[in-house]
Design a protein around this ligand. Structure first.
Ligand code: CNA
Length: 321
């Protein structure tokens, strides 16, 4: 494997920046199931949700009729239950080494953010749990309140119009965030090194990004299986392995092994328990609102008002979120 990765190591040593294209597979090491892995993937375990077809759980029309299956799944996937993997900390080290161009991720788990990757480097192509709103009146709901409602096994509904509340995750039938298209327009002709990892490259338009890169780009696939057109160009590097093993190997080849271990261990401690995730989410929430020009006069004003604030804090403490 070392010799296979030599062109990547050389490119990084000569200060070429990497653009990442990632999917659910970079987070399976954290314990979050992906969609399509046989036996362990979500799609093979959705029977309990009584769906007409597996993808319905993320289908906007289905959600409008019956949001319960999504919320059953959301309880499992909600940020706070999982800590970043070694792969996520590799991305952070690339950032620190000034070798990160961007991370385009399909994931909604915000593990890149929890690992310390900065907002301006992250494009969550399919949104995330960081913000939520009513599907009818569009009022925002804080992540804290959403989490409480999910933990209480309630389908979150809007205090104003009783519409269902949905995290700003892109469902089938919805458009991708404009930030995705705007940033990709700027980045696309300028990617010298691409790393595709943990994705089956089956969801479009994301799936078409690696194949639209310039022929001069060094494309690397680190995944359990071959996907897309990776491996068809002469310069392509394909390593079929676990993402975390890839992170360890690359970090070792570049002298970053100690940092990777240190960050990973710190992350396990920090996010294993405590309110660290919640604090991080609030920071993200506030930053996104500031960016959108929304005043943070009262961050929970638009949320469900059914519980009083003190009671809510108590409940949050009880639930240990
Ligand atoms: P997918 O279709 O489930 O494919 C996952 C890919 O990763 C497959 O090719 C697997 O072989 C591979 N893989 C799984 N585990 C590993 C591992 N440890 N090391 C290396 N390779 C691995 O997932 P995609 O991301 O391609 O599908 C796009 C969907 C999945 C997006 O819309 C996501 O929102 C959605 N999703 C996200 C999460 C999350 O946020 N963590 C979890 C589940 C699904």
């Amino acid at each position: 494997m070392e010799s296979k990765l030599a062109p990547l190591v050389d490119a990084l040593k000569s200060k070429k920046k990497v653009c990442l294209f990632t999917g659910a597979g970079v987070s399976t090491g954290a314990g979050i199931p992906d969609f399509r892995s046989p036996d362990t993937g979500l799609y093979s375990n959705l029977a309990k949700l009584n769906l007409p077809y597996a993808e319905a759980v993320f289908d906007i029309d289905f959600f409008k009729e019956n949001p319960k299956p999504f919320y059953t799944l959301a309880e499992e996937l909600f940020p706070g239950n999982y800590a970043p993997t070694k792969f996520h900390y590799l991305v952070r080290i690339l950032q620190e080494q000034n070798l990160l161009k961007r991370v385009y991720t399909q994931n909604i788990d915000i593990l890149d953010r929890l690992a310390g990757v900065k907002d301006n480097f992250i494009i969550e192509a399919h949104g995330s749990f960081a913000t939520s709103r009513c599907i009818h009146c569009k009022k925002e709901v804080s992540i804290k309140k959403l989490k409480v409602m999910i933990k209480e096994k309630k389908v979150p509904t809007c205090a104003h119009c009783k519409g269902y509340i949905k995290p700003d995750i892109t469902f089938y039938g919805e458009g991708l965030p404009s930030k995705f298209f705007e940033t990709w327009d700027k980045d696309r002709d300028d990617v010298e090194v691409a790393l595709v990892s943990g994705t089956s490259l089956t969801v479009y338009p994301f799936a078409s990004l690696p194949s639209s890169l310039d022929k001069t780009c060094l494309r690397v696939l680190a995944n359990r299986e071959k996907v897309g057109d990776l491996g068809r160009r002469k310069k392509d590097i394909v390593v079929l392995l676990d993402c975390d093993e890839f992170a360890e190997t690359l970090a070792d080849l570049l002298g970053w092994k100690d940092d990777l271990e240190k960050y990973y261990k710190e992350g396990q401690k920090k996010y294993g328990k405590s309110h660290a995730v919640e604090d991080e989410l609030e920071k993200i929430d506030e930053k996104l609102k500031r960016e959108a020009g929304v005043e943070k006069v009262d961050k929970d004003r638009s949320a469900d008002h059914s519980e009083d604030e003190e009671g809510l804090d108590e409940l949050i403490n009880k639930l240990k979120i």
